[in-house]
Design a binder for this molecule. Structure first.
Ligand SMILES: Cc1cc2nc3c(=O)[nH]c(=O)nc-3n(C[C@H](O)[C@H](O)[C@H](O)COP(=O)(O)OP(=O)(O)OC[C@H]3O[C@@H](n4cnc5c(N)ncnc54)[C@H](O)[C@@H]3O)c2cc1C
Length: 408
């Protein structure tokens, strides 16, 4: 298993639990470091995907949308609606589980290539001192995230709209006073509108007491000159936390504990090959990240829940099955099953993401977004969760669909 992110870590622990001989490798030397993901999830994911309380940074029960302009809207629920995970703790917990069930975890190893020799895979790994190691296995899983280290990028699409859509994100972990933390606790806050983050959005999420996550993310648009993310995040911090804008400002200098970030890359239609012989892709490596809210953890975990039983079946069919079919045919249901598990709304929301974020670069788009948000003002916080996490756009009526799909 190459990559100890949410996808690879989850598959490794599931297979180890079933007694499969698993080796999980990652180029990171320490899984608690480089915790690039903001890791907001709906609360029901915790139980449905079997995540423990120890990976939770904080819980939230409110949505706060700041912008376009100075408008601030909040929706509160009496019940917790979601969690913000400690992403490093999640990866560490998954790796520990894999070890406890008898799997091996080897860190500081970068996968360079992988090829099939007969019925076996040979994967070449490089240590930090430059020396290499060859690992022979029945199967190799590329769970290296958007890097797609072994499967590679899908070939240039026949139709440009099927290509990889990229979003770039940057996040700072901030130490704040208890009073400041209280103002942002209990809620997911997003900044929307071109005067905050053109072609994207900003956020403040609470972590453990005294720590906030401040972030910006936007779709990459090769047609436009885009301002650097570093400047945008600095401005956001100045306006929302250090300075005087918005009701939640704290008037404190920014104390940055950690800076991290990364890319999210997905195809919208997800038609790329999920497998090449005995090499199989998982999580972001096969475009499970959704670009609407830059959200990929639960979808990566879903891909592992779909693949685990299929891979187990394939492992119990040595070489060729009795019908003479190569064992890799055992995974032919993987891509269609995953497509069904993600659902038709997943792909709809990807199209909506491209339309919404790429178009958000001026007052006209801000005005349209403001209108949509005004229409949501009388809804409950749970409805917003259903819209933003469940992608239930059809609830807003068929008349809204053409706008949402970008036909208007
Ligand atoms: C700034 C930002 C904010 C985000 N916020 C959220 C959010 O709030 N909620 C949410 O659900 N999702 C969020 N995401 C997306 C989410 O983090 C990803 O979709 C998710 O982590 C994908 O999981 P994965 O296991 O497929 O890949 P990854 O988490 O990317 O894991 C891949 C692993 O593979 C390793 N690796 C890569 N190449 C190699 C190699 N050659 N050899 C060995 N190891 C390798 C990497 O070190 C990494 O540990 C965010 C992403 C970013 C960038």
């Amino acid at each position: 298993m190459v990559g100890a992110g949410p996808a690879g870590g989850d598959l490794a622990r599931r297979l180890a639990l079933e007694g499969v001989d698993v080796v999980l490798v990652d180029r990171l030397g320490d899984l608690t470091r480089s915790a690039f993901s903001s890791a907001a999830l709906p609360i029901e994911t915790m139980a449905s995907l079997g995540l423990p309380a120890e990976v939770v940074g904080s819980r939230w029960r409110q949505w706060q949308l700041i912008g376009p302009g100075s408008a601030t809207r909040t929706w509160a629920s009496p019940q917790p609606l979601g969690v913000v995970l400690d992403f490093g703790a999640l990866r560490q917990w998954q790796a520990d589980q894999c070890r406890r069930w008898g799997g091996r975890v080897e860190l500081g190893l970068q996968a360079c290539s992988s090829h099939q020799e007969g019925e076996r895979m040979v994967t070449v790994l490089r240590r930090s001192d430059g020396t290499t190691l060859r690992v022979s296995s029945d199967w190799t899983v590329d769970a290296s995230g958007q890097a797609r280290a072994l499967l590679g990028d899908p070939p240039p699409a026949q139709r440009p709209r099927d290509g990889l859509v990229r979003a770039a994100g940057l996040e700072w972990l901030l130490q704040v006073s208890p009073a400041c933390w209280e103002r942002w606790a209990d809620r997911l806050s997003f900044c929307l509108g071109s005067d905050w983050v053109p072609q994207g959005y900003g956020w403040i999420f609470p972590m453990q007491p005294g720590v906030l996550k401040l972030g910006v993310c936007r779709l990459v648009d090769p047609q436009r000159r885009q301002p650097p993310l570093g400047g945008l995040i600095h401005d956001l911090g100045r306006r929302l936390l250090a300075g005087g804008e918005g009701g939640n400002a704290c008037g404190e200098p920014l104390a940055v504990l950690d800076r991290h970030g990364g890319l999210v890359r997905s195809t919208i239609r997800r038609r790329e090959a999920h497998q090449r012989g005995r090499l199989v892709g998982l999580g972001d490596a096969v475009s499970t990240a959704n670009l609407l809210g830059g959200e990929g953890i639960r979808h990566a975990l879903t891909s592992s829940a779909v693949l685990a039983p299929l891979l187990q079946q394939a492992l119990s069919a040595p070489g060729r099955s009795s019908s003479g079919q190569p064992a890799e045919r055992a995974l032919r249901d993987y891509a269609p099953q995953l497509r069904r598990a993600l659902g038709w709304r997943w792909s709809l929301s990807g199209r909506l993401a491209r339309h919404t974020w790429l178009g958000l670069h001026g007052p006209g788009a801000d005005g349209r977004l403001d209108q949509v948000l005004r229409g949501l003002e009388n809804r409950r916080a749970e409805d917003l969760s259903a819209l933003l996490f469940g992608y239930r756009f059809e609830r807003y009526g068929l008349r809204a669909m053409p706008y949402l799909l970008g036909w208007r």
